[in-house]
Design a protein around this ligand. Structure first.
Ligand SMILES: [Zn+2]
Length: 352
């Protein structure tokens, strides 16, 4: 019988792990601070520690771990391709292999680890058990300290040719002209729509230091500058989402991240902008907030790890297609081919 996996939501400030059953029941949740400033080795030690802690509550030895991590991830190797300054030196970290080694030395048995981007994990969770349950084409957009997105087709994220699919925060955006993005370039969506961008712009205009949530609160009390900044952020995001909806025609758009709770002023400006930019046939696109909150990333990470279990149950099946995969439902229908996870021996399915 397939047992629980350990799911990990690895962010720049905190890391949460939990046991997740094949049906999506979460237990033994445990959260620790992420020692990001101490460097990758300290982060890896902390992740191994929290996974080990959670696993003690499992009824059978844990053999699969799913991780949703900050940064772009090479899912084939479990390696971080790029990351922001919130995780110094995180880019290049062989997260999957390092975690396998640490857990094997603790547990004395083999373990496989699947690593993906945290927004992809979040979106996968929403598509499995949340607001997008049962939908085949799901666009998820998260707005917090940054702006990210994920496209989930038939339950599986599309990673892209360079693991960079969904980086909506770096889409050129009219309202961001002249504003410096976290990536160093000018005019990207994140420079106007992220919570940090709203705070920075408000301070530049007023001299008042406030975080994004505080600027939202000021806008709700009638502060004209705060209202302009929040509206700018929402309209810019709405324009970017309209662009993606025009290309993808998704079944549903799910909005998540801390700034997505910015209230009715922000939501209405975002939603009205999307619909006003779209051609009539697309204007009824469903746009909803996340329904799972912090559970979504855990569920998505667990789902990917469970897919590794399914591969083991059917040796020789579920290989990733060797041809470049195209993000079409026809390509993914009828075959379950998650990227292979990282593992520590060859008696199970091989790494790609
Ligand atoms: Zn950028």
């Amino acid at each position: 019988m397939i047992g629980s996996v350990v799911a990990v939501d690895l962010g720049g400030t905190k890391t949460t792990a939990a046991l997740v059953t094949p049906t999506g029941a979460i237990s033994a949740r445990h959260t620790v601070p992420t020692p990001a400033a101490a460097g990758p080795s300290a982060v890896l030690d902390a992740v191994a520690e929290v996974v080990d802690h959670v696993s003690t509550e499992a009824t059978a030895p844990v053999r699969k771990v799913g991780v949703g991590s900050a940064g772009l991830v090479d899912v084939d190797t479990g390696t971080i391709v790029s990351a922001t300054n919130a995780m110094p030196d995180w880019a290049g970290t062989a997260l999957g292999a390092e975690l396998v080694a640490r857990l094997r030395s603790r547990w004395g048995h083999s373990v496989r680890v699947h690593v993906q981007n945290d927004v992809d994990a979040h979106a996968t969770g929403e598509a499995w058990k949340g607001a997008a349950r049962g939908r085949s084409c799901v666009l998820m957009v998260t707005v917090g300290t940054g702006v990210g997105a994920s496209l989930v087709l038939d339950g599986k994220p599309r990673y892209g040719a360079h693991w960079g699919a969904g980086e909506i925060g770096h889409v050129p955006t009219p309202r961001a002209e002249g504003l410096r993005c976290a990536c160093g370039r000018l005019g990207h969506l994140e420079a106007v729509a992220a919570g940090t961008a709203v705070a920075r712009r408000y301070q530049a205009s007023t001299g008042i230091v406030a975080d994004g949530e505080q600027v939202v609160a000021l806008s709700l009390r009638g502060d004209v500058t705060a209202t302009r900044m929040v509206t700018d952020a929402a309209v810019a995001l709405g324009q970017a989402i309209a662009g993606q909806v025009t290309v993808l025609d998704p079944d549903i758009v799910v909005i998540g991240g801390g700034f997505a709770n910015a209230g009715p002023l922000w939501w209405a400006a975002m939603d009205d902008t999307v619909r006003s930019e779209l051609v009539p046939v697309l204007q009824a696109v469903e746009i909803v907030p996340t329904s799972l909150g912090a559970d979504a990333a855990l569920l998505g990470a667990a789902r990917a790890a469970q897919d590794l279990l399914s591969q083991d149950a059917e040796p020789g099946t579920a290989r990733r297609p060797s041809a470049p995969h195209r993000p079409t439902s026809a390509a993914s229908a009828g075959q379950s081919s998650p990227r292979d996870g990282i593992h520590d021996h060859d008696s199970e399915n091989r790494p790609s």
